[in-house]
Design a protein around this ligand. Structure first.
Ligand SMILES: *Cc1c(COP(=O)(O)O)cnc(C)c1O
Length: 360
């Protein structure tokens, strides 16, 4: 089965991890800081704080931003559930704003004035246009789990030029991987301080009192990344541009080969921006049949996502919100394989299988 996405790990990456295993620190050693600095430099942010996963990083972001009970955090329904869960983790309410049917991103013009925060998800790696926000809520968090390596006219996603905090994931299917892992970037010193304390059980070390002394200032979690994962991340980061370029080349090739078939192609990035192409999402009329036939042909197509308000844990939202664009998109969307090591032969097989299924 050709998967819809997968990691590219080479001998350099493996050597970087083995080197850590031979050293003194398996966790909380120098590789975390090295990775954080490399990410911050790459995206042009003042701070990068590493977490054990993208989901944990989203939790850190809502906590650091002091969101909580009584606050309304809005996001898109067409995303991984962590984009909404991160509000509930801190006791805030979640609201949903329908997607723009063209970009499949949250429609920024529809963010209500009542929102205290927005979690803007860059769906499939295409950046949300934050210049179009109808209202700038108190807190703007970018869920850029799928958009590491993407760029807008304001520079790299992650530089927080139009947000307070930006969250990346390094799960194996994302732009680069640490196996499990995430990072929050910010330009705000106070937010960075809170992010660091929260991932380390709420501890503040106080050597000025005594060498051993620390205080637990608040309730935190063990959301640390390990040095093994960070070393893998630093090694992977060197290949980010190559990976994203390859994803863009393969996406362009899909556009040429699929033109003329009865399907809708994904939106192209606007001028001056760069798509991370985490996913290549086509829209087809008879999605269930096409999905099954692709799978039978060894093509691991996938659906991203079952909208959040369709899940039992969010059924209240289905009653409360009308989200016709997300509901309509869900009927048709299909992610076809796209990852840096996808071969041209494999891609041709995907296209041939689609052509047979769609009768083109
Ligand atoms: C992958 C992903 C996450 C979660 O990241 P993990 O590292 O898997 O916890 C959150 N939001 C979006 C949009 C994602 O794609």
């Amino acid at each position: 089965m050709i998967p819809y996405g997968r990691q590219s790990v080479d001998d350099q990456d493996i050597a970087a991890v083995v080197e850590v295993l031979k050293g003194d620190w398996l966790t909380q050693g120098p590789h975390i800081e090295e990775f954080e600095e490399a990410v911050a430099r790459r995206v042009g942010a003042r701070h990068a704080v590493a977490y054990s996963s993208g989901t944990a990083a989203l939790h850190g972001a809502t906590h650091a931003a002091r969101l909580g009970s009584g606050d309304l955090v809005v996001t898109t329904p067409l995303t991984f559930v962590a984009s909404a869960n991160c509000a509930r983790y801190v006791g805030a309410d979640v609201g949903f704003v329908d997607i723009d049917p063209e970009t499949l991103n949250i429609d920024p013009a529809k963010v209500p004035a009542a929102a205290d925060a927005v979690v803007a998800v860059h769906y499939a790696g295409l950046p949300v246009d934050l210049t179009r926000l109808a209202h700038r809520p108190r807190v703007v968090i970018e869920d850029a789990a799928q958009a590491f390596g993407a760029e807008t006219l304001d520079g790299p996603v992650g530089n927080c030029s139009r947000s307070d905090l930006c969250v990346f994931s390094f799960h194996p299917v994302k732009s680069v991987t640490t196996a499990e892992g995430g990072v929050v970037t910010t330009n705000d010193d106070d937010l960075a301080d809170r992010l660091r304390r929260f991932r380390t059980i709420g501890i503040r070390r106080m050597p000025e009192v005594a060498g051993w002394y620390y205080e637990v200032e608040e309730l935190g979690f063990n959301y640390r990344m390990t040095d093994l994962h960070a070393a893998l991340g630093t090694s992977q980061l060197r290949k980010l541009d190559r990976f994203i370029d390859r994803r863009n080349e393969l996406a362009d090739r899909y556009r040429q080969l699929l033109a003329g078939l009865p399907l809708a192609l994904p939106p192209a990035p606007s001028a001056g921006s760069r798509h991370a192409y985490h996913l290549f999402v086509i829209r087809v009329a008879d999605r269930r049949r096409v999905y099954d036939e692709l799978r039978d042909a060894g093509v691991g197509a996938q659906v991203h996502y079952v909208p959040i308000h369709h899940h039992p844990a969010y059924l209240w939202a289905r009653a409360e919100y009308s989200l016709p664009n997300a509901d309509a998109a869900y009927e048709e969307i299909l992610s076809i394989p796209l990852f840096p090591d996808l071969t041209v032969d494999q891609q041709d097989h995907v296209v041939g299988s689609l052509r047979r299924s769609l009768g083109g």
